[in-house]
Design a protein around this ligand. Structure first.
Ligand code: BT5
Length: 241
C-alpha cells in the first residue's frame, strides 16, 4: 500500500481519475484540504476544515469488471462502521452505503467511480470523506442534511492519521477475502447495522420515486422493495429520501 499525501486538491477522486494509469493497485490519495469535493449525482462534499478526512483508494483487482466490485462501497461502509464503533458511537448503514450516527446524522460519504477504457477496467476509485473534527457552526453550513462529526459525538478531538491508518488496516485485512466471497461475506455485518429495513421508504431511482416497504437485502446487496402496487422491485441503485 502506498499513500500519496497532498496539501490541497480539488477532489481526491478527480486526481485519482486523471492519474489512474500511473497509480498502482492499493494506492491511497489523501488530501489535507479539498476545494471541490464531489458527492454522487453532481452533489458536493463540503470540506469542514482542518483534520477532516478526504481520501481515495485506488483498486485494480483485475482487467475485467466483475459484478462483485459494485459491492465494494458496501464493504467500505461496514469497515467504516466498525472503525467508528471503536470510538464508542453507534453508526448505522443507510442503503446502499451512507453511514449515519444513530441512523440519523451523516458522518461519512462514499463515492465509488469505475474507470473503463476500451472495455478494460483501468481501476476503481473509492472516495471517502469522514467528518472527524468540525464545529457546530460549520456543520450548519450544510443546510440540506443533518450532519455530524466524530468529535461532536464523543466530545474530544480525533487524531486524523490514527483514524485513517486504522481504517486502512481493517479495510485491507479482509479485502482479498472480500474479492473472493463478495457481499455474502459481509451480509450479517451489514444487516446488523442497517437502519432502513422493515420500513416504508421513498427511494429516488434516477428521475423516478419508488415507494414501498423495504423487505430485505438479497445476496448481491440489492434492496428488495415491495411497492405500494404489490410488486417486488430489486434495486441496485437509488437514494433513500
Ligand atoms: C456522498 O455523496 O456522500 C459521497 C461523498 C464522497 C466524498 C469523498 S471525499 C474524498 C473523495 N473525493 C471526492 O471528491 N469525493 C470523495 P452523496 O450521497 O451524493 O451525498 C452528498 C450530500 O451529502 C450533499 O448533497 C450534502 O447534503 C451532504 N454533505 C456534503 N458535505 C457533507 C459533509 N462534509 N458531511 C456530511 N454530509 C455532507
Amino acid at each position: 500500500m502506498k499513500v500519496i499525501r497532498l496539501e490541497e486538491i480539488e477532489s481526491t477522486n478527480s486526481y485519482a481519475k486523471s492519474h489512474i494509469s500511473a497509480l498502482e493497485d492499493k494506492t491511497i490519495v489523501h488530501a489535507l484540504r479539498q476545494t471541490c469535493g464531489r458527492g454522487r449525482l453532481n452533489r458536493k462534499w463540503v470540506d469542514l476544515g482542518q483534520n477532516n478526512l478526504f481520501f481515495s483508494i485506488i483498486l485494480k483487482p483485475s482487467e475485467t469488471f466483475k459484478s462483485i466490485y459494485a459491492n465494494i462501497t458496501q464493504y467500505a461502509s461496514v469497515i467504516l462502521c466498525q472503525e467508528l464503533e471503536n470510538y464508542g458511537v453507534n453508526p448505522k448503514v443507510k442503503w446502499p452505503n451512507d453511514v449515519m450516527i444513530d441512523g440519523k446524522r451523516k458522518i461519512c460519504g462514499i463515492l465509488s467511480e469505475t474507470v473503463i477504457e476500451n472495455g478494460s477496467l483501468k481501476g476503481i476509485i473509492l472516495g471517502i470523506g469522514v467528518n472527524l473534527n468540525a464545529s457546530e457552526k460549520d456543520i450548519k453550513n450544510i443546510p440540506d442534511r443533518v450532519v455530524t462529526a466524530l468529535n461532536l459525538e464523543i466530545g474530544n478531538n480525533v487524531n486524523m492519521d490514527a483514524f485513517l491508518n486504522e481504517f486502512l488496516e481493517r479495510f485491507f485485512d479482509k479485502y482479498d477475502d472480500f474479492l473472493l466471497n463478495g457481499f455474502e461475506m459481509i451480509m450479517n455485518d451489514y444487516l446488523n447495522r442497517n437502519c432502513f429495513l422493515e420500513k416504508d421508504l421513498k427511494i429516488q431511482v434516477l428521475n423516478e420515486i419508488k415507494s414501498g416497504y423495504a423487505k430485505g437485502i438479497n445476496s448481491n446487496g440489492e434492496l428488495i422493495l415491495n411497492t405500494n402496487e404489490n410488486k417486488e422491485l430489486i434495486l441496485n441503485i437509488g437514494d433513500i429520501l
